[in-house]
Design a protein around this ligand. Sequence first.
Ligand SMILES: [Zn+2]
Ligand SMILES: [Zn+2]
Length: 352
Amino acid sequence: MKNTMKTISKLSPQRGAGIISKPIPTIQDDEILIKVLTASVCGTDVHIYDYNDWAKSRIKIPQVMGHELAGEVIEIGSKVTSVKLGDIVSAETHIICGTCEFCLSGQGHICQNTEILGVDRDGAFAEYIAIPAKNAWINNPKIDPAYLCVQEPLGNAIHTVTSGEVKGKTIAIVGVGPIGLMAVNVAKALGARLIIAVDINSYRLNLSKELGAHMALNSLNDDVTKIILEATNGYGVDVVCEMSGAPTALHQAFSFLKKGGRLSILGLPDHPMTIDVANEIVFKGITIHGITGRRIMTTWQQGKELIDAGLLDLDKIVTHILPFDDYEHAFELMHSGNCGKIVLRVSIGDHK
Ligand SMILES: [Zn+2]
Ligand SMILES: [Zn+2]
């Protein structure tokens, strides 16, 4: 095996990224080395590429980017028993401590000491990546790795949609970027009665209809609150999944969420925002859930079951599969919004 590998890394404190070679990682006793087959582009990668305020405060340059991956296990540490050579795995990207109060009570997704792949340690936009074996999720090798790498953001969608009841419910997905599109598809798979997608991008709204949305509303042109209230006998929807991070959209969501309903928030507003606690929360008797990461590994199991049962349209959610070197095109597409999930093919696997 050669000693170095190609990576897409953040190289300087300004917009952009570059391809540099780095030594292939060596593994600890409890780690595995993965030959990365595919890696998908996340909003987090876009933040790092753009070098926004969050990235400035968090990213140490140089940083190998990327965290959503599928690959083949080519080396295992001496203490690893849960994964074997040749397994096709994806990675839970939150590396948790296992010893804090949250980890010990089955809430590892809010671990006090979380480290994130591609943010706090070397990421997956690389030919090889070392991860703790406990973070490996063993895939069905019959499924195309182009769809396996998206399970990590899919898990965000699943966690958000399933933080309460879904079957038979009316549900609005606010913000149908890649994770919102997945949420639409998950809501459909789990039997939501009425699925309404809300966004300002017509490409993604059209795609949301193919993935199961009964109504796709463009908040630039449509009177979203009026239309949703009319569609729900004046009551509003049972569930809102907020995935836009746009304060105006989040604020509007209170107006079309039914009394007693559930608001699950994954989207991250850039700045603090004002909420009318009395009228928007208390008197409406709603429940608000903050969603971070995936339930480890419950959410992964839910995703696997949906994928293996053929209940998701990952071939529609993944709109672009690009060569590794074409990463700049990927980031341009993400900025345009005219894409679903973008996958980079990193290496060609030997497996089938
Ligand atoms: Zn991600
Ligand atoms: Zn912990």
